[in-house]
Design a protein around this ligand. Sequence first.
Ligand code: GYE
Length: 334
Amino acid sequence: MGKMRTQSAPWRAAAVLASVLLVGGVAACGNSDTGGGGSKDDGKITMGFSQVGAESGWRTANTTSIKESAAAAGIELKFDDAQQKQENQIKAIRNYIQQKVDVIAFSPVVESGWDTVLKEAKDADIPVILTDRSVDSADKSLYKTFLGSDFVKEGRLAGEWLVEQKKGASGTVNIVELQGNTGAAPANDRKKGFGEAIAANPNLKIIASQPGDFTRAGGKQVMEQFLKANKQIDVLFAHNDDMGLGALEAITAAGKVPGKDITIITVDAVKDGMQALADGKFNFIAECSPLLGPQLMDLAKKVHAGEEVPARIETQETTFTTEQAKEALPNRKY
Ligand code: GYE
């Protein structure tokens, strides 16, 4: 050190510059480590997750599952809520690419329009996992796997139950349908499955079908319109519990008894929906599980390690009648 003090001015300047570069270099390296750079010393996986929003009880339970599972799996989670907007999801995914996360996972708000950003992730060598909802991209190499429910099946199970209930009906059965947000896989697929199933009985007619965006407010508002425009409504098929719960208010306000005057079928089986079913306000629910976190973290570890994973992993689910809801409710976690 004594020598340093005796250095001439140019030498001192050079030494200072060298140490600044050295410290700067270490700092940059450290940043990329904590920021989720591809080359990590600590071996910790960083996942960038873009969530649809917070539109329903299902979504809240799904977000909790993902956050808890990431913590339990030792995965560093970067989480973004897109507030039901595709542009926000694309922005979040681009941010994750820039931050060089190890894995990107997301639940696409709509099915179409993802090819460009998925290609960007692929070019950056970042594996993508689709969870809950899928995309309609023709190029399946743009993502590693899709973990989630079979929404067509959920719609079909709902429709088959109705066909069975109404098999003795002599006249027309008027059905109204509350769809999820326009263009979403669960909205498209549940509509399709339900429509196919009820085609078994030509007396079953969908007289109105509109999006209620998977929210309680949406369900209430659209059901009010349905009730105003249609004298006789026999059945409501809502693509999720929350819209069904919103519709309950509209039905009661119109002086009708939900579950009796109007048969109500929904999808999800979150706690509030199950309570309505147990109370006889809903009549049937096709389950859709939001607890995707543990499987998602498992898949993230596998794709990060370069292991092969199945292209499609389907969630296991069931259906509930009022009696079954009463039985299941005490142990329902979400
Ligand atoms: O049914 C609905 C939510 O994508 C399966 O999104 C999910 C759906 C779920 O808002 O409640």
